[in-house]
Design a protein. Structure first.
Length: 83
């Protein structure tokens, strides 16, 4: 189920938030009270987070014995299911 949620993001643009203080992010100034949106579709296709992200691999979230990876495993931590 987790791979389905990663592979076919139901909400590719989610997590609307307002910036509480002015911040500098990668050389850009984001003023206080600016609305920002998380593009989870981008993260789910990032090769730095998921090996071969364009391929559907249900085993991606399983260990060698076929059990679910623990929630603190990097593969699990990178998954944002419902925001």
């Amino acid at each position: 189920i987790l791979e389905i949620l990663r592979y076919v993001s139901q909400v590719p643009l989610n997590c609307f938030r307002n910036v509480s203080t002015e911040i500098n992010f990668e050389g850009m100034t984001i003023p206080k009270d600016t609305m920002v949106i998380v593009n989870s579709g981008y993260f789910f296709r990032d090769e730095k987070l998921y090996e071969d992200p364009s391929t559907f691999k249900p085993e991606r979230f399983l260990d060698m014995e076929g059990n679910m990876l623990p929630v603190d495993h990097p593969t699990q931590r990178n998954l944002i299911v419902f925001g």
